[in-house]
Write a protein that binds this ligand. Structure first.
Ligand code: CP
Ligand code: NVA
Length: 303
């Protein structure tokens, strides 16, 4: 049966671990000019309904490195459910492509697409989740910390797709996860309840930024106003100002804490230049690892 990667929870804990091991192996091989080419003769659809630097480029380059080809598709070709039904789009695209990768607004649309497609569907970001980002991030943590289990991870800022993805990841990999956010910018309640119920990790939402980062191994942030929500930027800034990652806040975490951001960053807003360009920042390693972690996900799905 075909497999999709719409959510971190589509993979078991073991599958996440083996994908991360594969990502590290594929990264080393790629650097030696020996990336495996299991996608030879295959073509990936890359559907984008929102802008992208990292995701588009890392998928375009990654699929080529795996020996395959890509077709970049925008609203001009597909307006999900407008020009034709998602059902029909899924059936048509399954006749052309070996894998369909999509970045769009509604998560339910991606689930519907995956339900009707006979080829794997990969979520390249929805308003709800960004699982490919999390795979690259876990790879980065593994490289810098030597492990992914039992770390203290603090996500600071908006309770958005990245916050939700971290909560999902905590239902697969044991960690102490603290979401530092305001009462008005909470993550998805259903995802939070499900991850708490899974009982694997210690998960809490904290409204005090200092308490949120106390003793953290990893401090993570994202823009306060996501794509499609830029009209809420002023409101979000007011609610989240106290959660800015600056040098004073980083000093409250462990001495060897790493600072992460999925990028793009709004420098001076959710993170200061001093921290983003400082010695604890691993943000560009994260960006690089998108390439290798996604290749590992594609290899697994297409095996
Ligand atoms: N982090 C990330 O997904 O970046 P893009 O929006 O540039 O793809
Ligand atoms: N939360 C951000 C992530 C960008 C990679 C957004 O959805 O715009």
């Amino acid at each position: 049966m075909k497999r999709d990667f719409l959510s971190e929870t589509d993979f078991s804990s073991e599958e996440i671990r083996s994908a991360l091991a594969l990502a590290i192996e594929v990264k080393a091989k790629t650097k030696r000019g020996q990336c495996p080419t299991p996608m030879k003769g295959m073509v990936a659809a890359l559907i984008f309904h929102k802008p992208s630097l990292r995701t588009r480029c890392s998928f375009e380059v990654g699929v080529r490195q795996l020996g395959g080809g890509t077709v970049y598709i925008t609203d001009a070709e597909i307006e999900l459910g407008k020009r034709e039904s998602i059902h029909d789009v899924a059936l048509v695209m399954s006749r052309y492509f070996d894998v369909i990768c999509i970045r769009t607004f509604g998560h339910a649309s991606v689930e519907e697409l995956a339900r009707h497609a006979s080829v794997p569907v990969v979520n390249m970001l929805t308003d709800l989740l960004h699982p490919c980002q999390l795979m690259g991030d876990m790879q980065t943590i593994l490289e810098h910390k030597g492990r992914i289990d039992g770390l203290s991870v603090t996500y600071l800022g908006d309770g958005n797709n990245l916050a939700n993805s971290w909560i999902n990841m905590a239902s697969r990999i044991p960690m102490k996860l603290r979401i530092g956010t305001s009462p008005d910018t909470m993550p998805d309640a259903k995802i939070l309840a499900a991850a708490k119920k899974a009982g694997l990790s210690e998960i809490s939402v904290v409204h005090d930024p200092v308490a949120a980062v106390d003793g953290a191994d990893v401090i993570y942030t994202d823009v306060w106003a996501s794509m499609g929500q830029k009209d809420k930027a002023a409101e979000k800034q007011k609610a989240l100002q106290a959660f800015q990652i600056n040098a004073a806040l980083v000093a409250k975490a462990k001495k060897d804490a790493i600072v992460m951001h999925c990028l793009p960053a709004e420098r001076g807003r959710e993170i200061t230049d001093e921290v983003m360009d400082g010695p604890q920042s691993v943000v560009f390693d994260q960006a690089e690892n998108r390439l290798h972690a996604q290749k590992a996900v594609l290899i697994k799905l297409l095996a």
